[in-house]
Write a protein of this length. Structure first.
Length: 336
């Protein structure tokens, strides 16, 4: 899967402790998502070697391939394969917008590697990943460090509206079956109902496909996404109930829905979480418990070895954009 491992030995023949993240990005992404965790792991390793700090376990710096899934979906592809979540052959068949498969790109790179080198519960003791928060919570709370408890559960639906294409200039408004108008009404309805649930629920319509997408034609088909995230499975169940009991028609257009995928809340290893808290307090850094709303390779890894994460603040909550930024002093605190 072209994941990168760099290991230096410990004083004893013990399983390795691994740290790292990913170096791929989204389109027009920033300079901190993923790469901060890799650079920090390298900094930690360099410090241990230079300062000759004793360590019983080997230490591994790791880079996960295709965490974002921007060119070759899905996200978390390599960690998903390594941790038994995704079928490798199906992942190799994933295509980029130009039609090249992930498997073809892997072979072309020359860095496919061997399965025997994979992260596994026999040769690895634990994983810890530093990451930017990618949201505004830590900064608004004026905290230096986020003690990550786990990754939020989520559900993703595709919702479709079906209308009738006709000429935009000759069809009276009362005669129209406008699928885009119906989609807008459906989105507005869903927002009004979901807003009645706990206010720490987050939900997004981030993708809309409109057909035929011509300015002189009334749309006859719209397909949009709805992504909802919360740590409590009961809240997620209420989201599902709202979606699946929404009206079957808006603005004279039929509405259909289909669950695309879902995941349960993933809780990180309690001992490692408490260790992060203990060391953060020792340094005197302000901190708070937090859940990750974003997905991370660590959530899959936590199913095979003890795992946790450390968050540092994102200025103004910006991430997956060029404004992504974390001050160097907060990066240093995360590294410590």
């Amino acid at each position: 899967m072209a994941n990168i491992y760099a290991t230096f030995k410990g004083e004893e023949d013990l399983p390795s402790i691994v740290s790292g993240s990913h170096i791929d990005s989204v389109k027009n992404g920033g300079n901190y998502d993923g790469i901060l965790g890799v650079l920090t792991a390298m900094e930690v390793a360099e410090t241990i070697v230079k300062e000759k700090i004793p360590h019983r376990h080997p230490i591994t710096i790791m880079v996960w391939t295709n965490e974002e899934g921007s060119l070759y979906p899905p996200a978390l592809m390599s960690s998903g394969v390594v941790c038994g979540k995704f079928n490798k052959e199906l992942m190799f068949a994933s295509k980029n917008p130009k039609g090249e498969t992930f498997g073809q790109a892997l072979e072309r790179s020359g860095y496919r590697g061997e399965q025997v080198n994979r992260l596994n519960p026999k040769d690895y003791k634990a994983m810890i990943e530093l990451h930017i928060e990618q949201g505004p919570i830590l900064e608004e709370a004026k905290k230096d460090i986020g003690i990550v408890q786990g990754v939020l559960g989520m559900v993703n639906y595709r919702i479709k509206t079906f209308g009738q294409s006709d000429h935009a200039g000759t069809t009276p408004m009362k005669n129209r079956k406008d699928a885009l108008l119906a989609a807008a009404s459906a989105i507005k309805y869903l927002h009004s109902e979901l807003d009645k649930l706990p206010d720490d629920l987050v939900y997004t319509t981030g993708e809309i496909i409109c057909h035929p997408c011509v300015h002189t034609v009334i749309p006859d088909y719209v397909d949009f996404s709805l992504d909802a995230r919360h740590k409590d499975p009961e809240v997620i169940n209420k989201v599902v109930s709202i979606i699946e009991n929404m009206p079957k028609k808006f603005d004279s257009c039929k509405v259909e829905y289909k669950k695309a995928w879902s995941r349960d809340t993933e809780y990180f290893d309690k001992h490692l979480v408490s260790l992060v808290k203990e060391k953060t307090d020792e340094y005197g850094y302000s901190n708070m418990e937090i859940y990750s709303g974003a997905g991370h390779d660590a959530q899959f890894v936590s199913d095979i070895i003890p795992t946790t994460m450390i968050f540092v603040p994102s200025v103004n909550g910006h991430s997956h954009c060029e404004l992504e930024y974390t001050p160097i002093d907060l990066c240093l605190k995360g590294a410590n």
